[in-house]
Write a protein that binds this ligand. Structure first.
Ligand code: 5RP
Length: 215
């Protein structure tokens, strides 16, 4: 299913342009599919060091985001997605760079299998990237929101920071919660992609790949 949905994203890639590339097992399938197109794109922007290495291993030119004036499309997976195409991301710890690339992209294409589609976000623990010296403060502030903050073990992000996974939080207003958590001093960002949701979700199931647009 991951390969099928990765292949379905290829028509969204704009020839002659740069493509933004996400992180994770589904994004890895997309990178493998993208390899056959490498002569027809001007390069890729990577949302993590792991993605950069995989792109380069395929001979795909990786550009710094600051060198790029236009990014027509960004393709990435998700940990959860709802019918408004708001997502939880960051299971792989790359949420901050993913959010930056998504902010620049004109179109965000989420590639996922059916298990990622949920009615209400929040069953998947919400990742929050934290500056190390603020860990205790952020953990206390997150606990006040009603969930259980758990520091992710053996995880240092590509930006040299830590991740707290917030378990058991009820997400009724994803955009409000995204902003609220980002207001905590010491938080770099959190894994809610509600203010900038996906534009298209390609969702794979045993019967094929369907295209969802925000409701
Ligand atoms: C990484 C992410 C990934 O997109 C998310 O974890 C989904 O990964 P996978 O495709 O392996 O299920 O946000 O930070």
């Amino acid at each position: 299913m991951k390969q099928a949905v990765a292949r379905a994203a290829i028509p969204h890639v704009v020839e002659g342009q740069v493509v933004g590339v996400g992180t994770g097992s589904t994004a890895n399938f997309f990178i493998d599919e993208l390899a056959s197109l490498r002569q027809r794109i001007s390069g890729a922007v990577a949302s993590s060091e792991a993605t950069r290495r995989r792109l380069e291993a395929h001979g795909i030119k990786v550009l710094d985001l600051n060198e790029v004036s236009r990014l027509p499309v960004y393709v990435d997976g998700a940990d959860e997605i709802n019918r408004s195409l708001q997502m939880i991301k960051g299971g792989g710890g790359a949420l901050t760079r993913e959010k930056i690339v998504a902010a620049v992209a004109e179109k965000v294409v989420c590639i996922a299998d059916q298990s990622k589609l949920v009615a209400v976000l929040g069953r998947f623990p919400l990742p929050v990237e934290v500056i190390p010296m603020a860990l205790g403060h952020v953990r206390r502030e997150l606990a006040r929101l009603g969930g259980k903050p758990v520091v992710r073990e053996r995880c240092i992000t590509d930006n040299g920071n830590l991740i707290i996974d917030l378990h058991g939080i009820e997400i009724t207003d994803a955009a409000a919660l995204e902003s609220r958590i980002n207001q905590i001093v010491g938080v770099v960002t959190n894994g809610l992609f509600a203010r900038r949701p996906a534009d298209v979700c390609l969702l794979a199931s045993a019967s094929g790949v369907q295209t969802l647009l925000a409701d």
